[in-house]
Design a protein around this ligand. Structure first.
Ligand code: PGA
Ligand code: ZN
Length: 428
């Protein structure tokens, strides 16, 4: 890892954990640190619902409280073993802390300490290094990852289905991406105006609709085409142009959740073989301004991934989320086999910030692009906003342009833009 920052060692005087609520009302781990100079910093772990099989493993109490989802064990690990490891000595590099955490855990998946404890500690440590180096977090990340900073195209998840919503829509996420916006501020305004137009259309056509976990609407739609028609209508109603270089659409079907096994899928009540699903996606891509398709196939259906990549032939961004789980080794393997041309980046899937940097570098070296992502269970922590700007990957998804835990990230992006108006906006 290249490190051009002056090496000012970091010393932690105190490190403590705490159980807080995430955006679904379940516990997650918050970590608070105090440095030797008295500076305090804080970080919190997000939590997924449609998780990949190979993700770093969260530690849950499995007791009676919160349906077994308590995190007192993970908090105790922060207060005990992890604080003992980290406090009372000085650290030169984040990667040293992250490697020590992996060594202390010893499982290869953070199952013992808890990935929810480890990722929050790693993020708080990243903040400590940036502070000690006298840099903004995004600037420090740019130096650590040897990147040109860039304000990303936000992908607003405005219609929710799958395991994130109570409706019958099999596809999990329908996103709008203001690719053609001039600035981050303009992109956020575009997303919010389309979200409001969509609210009006849904009121007209469905009376009312619930919300999904990421703040998108969850009307009683089953057919993905109906959802796409609604999006196109909302984009034009708000006065924008639905086009891949203006306001584009991105899909995350999260196909693990409708995979039947043996290369078979069920969407909208119909059963598809993998080649039929490829044709179905190509048809959608031909009919709507879709720029990106994430987890169109199940993580185990590698033949599906290969078939789609071959058929799409670079015409659409194919993003691996559950497929790669932000794991550099899995990303390398995917690049060699040509499963996709893009990688979703979620720090808590792999466990530490250093490994997240490795994942981004691995993707970049393989000629793949990255999209930084929140989780469906979130907090007010804005680390991913600094991560996406600092790494310069040009794309983020953080849910709808509504609800505190989602807009915290978008508001942090516009804050960075306000402070650094010269940073370029857009796809990398
Ligand atoms: P998750 O979903 O955070 O529930 O895993 C997000 C995604 O699939 O991209
Ligand atoms: Zn996904």
């Amino acid at each position: 890892m290249s490190d051009t920052t002056a090496r000012v060692p970091v010393q932690f005087a105190q490190l403590t954990g705490r159980s807080i609520l995430d955006s679904r009302g379940y516990p997650t781990v918050e970590v608070r640190a105090m440095l030797e100079d008295g500076t305090r910093m804080i970080a919190a772990a997000p939590a997924g619902a449609s998780t990949g099989e190979h993700e770093a493993v969260e530690r849950r109490d499995h007791g009676r409280a919160y349906d077994g989802r308590g995190v007192h064990g993970a908090v105790a690990a922060v207060d005990g073993e992890i604080a003992d490891l980290i406090t009372g000595r000085s650290w030169d590099r984040l990667v040293d802390i992250d490697s020590a955490l992996a060594g202390l855990d010893g499982t290869g998946s953070y199952a013992r300490l808890g990935a929810n404890a480890v990722v929050a500690v790693s993020i708080v440590a990243a903040r400590a290094f940036a502070h000690t180096a006298g840099a903004q977090l995004h600037q420090w990340i740019a130096e650590q990852t040897n990147s040109a900073q860039r304000l990303p195209v936000p992908h607003f998840n405005v219609l929710n289905g799958g395991v994130h919503a109570a409706n019958a829509l099999d596809f999990q996420e329908f996103m709008i991406a203001p690719v053609g916006a001039a600035t981050e501020e303009h992109a956020v305004q575009t997303g919010a105006e389309i979200y409001h137009a969509l609210a009006g259309l849904i009121r007209e056509r469905f009376g009312s609709a619930g919300l999904g976990d990421e703040g998108g609407f969850a009307p009683q739609i089953e057919d993905p085409r109906m959802a796409l028609d609604l999006l196109v209508d909302a984009i034009t109603t708000a006065g924008y142009t639905p086009r891949v270089d203006q306001v584009a659409i991105a899909l995350d079907p999260a196909a693990n959740s409708f995979y039947l096994g043996d290369g078979r899928y069920r969407v909208n009540g119909l059963e598809f073989g993998r080649d039929q699903l490829v044709d179905y996606y190509l048809d959608l891509i031909g009919s709507y301004p879709i720029r990106s398709l994430e987890d169109g196939f199940a993580e185990d259906d590698l033949d599906g991934w290969t078939a789609m990549a071959t058929a799409a032939d670079g015409r659409v961004q194919l993003v691996g989320d559950d497929l790669y789980v932000t794991d550099p080794a899995r990303i390398r393997d995917g690049a060699e086999h040509g499963y996709s041309n893009a990688v979703l980046i979620k720090p808590n899937q792999i466990g530490t910030v250093s490994q997240t940097f490795d994942a981004i570098r691995t993707a970049r070296d393989a000629g793949m692009v990255c999209m930084v992502s929140h989780r469906s269970g979130e907090t007010a922590d804005t680390f991913i906003a600094d991560l996406v700007v600092g790494s310069g990957v040009g794309q983020i998804k953080s849910g709808a342009p509504a609800r505190g835990e989602r807009v915290a990230k978008y508001n942090r992006l516009t804050e960075i833009e306000t402070d650094h108006p010269d940073l370029p906006y857009g796809l990398a």
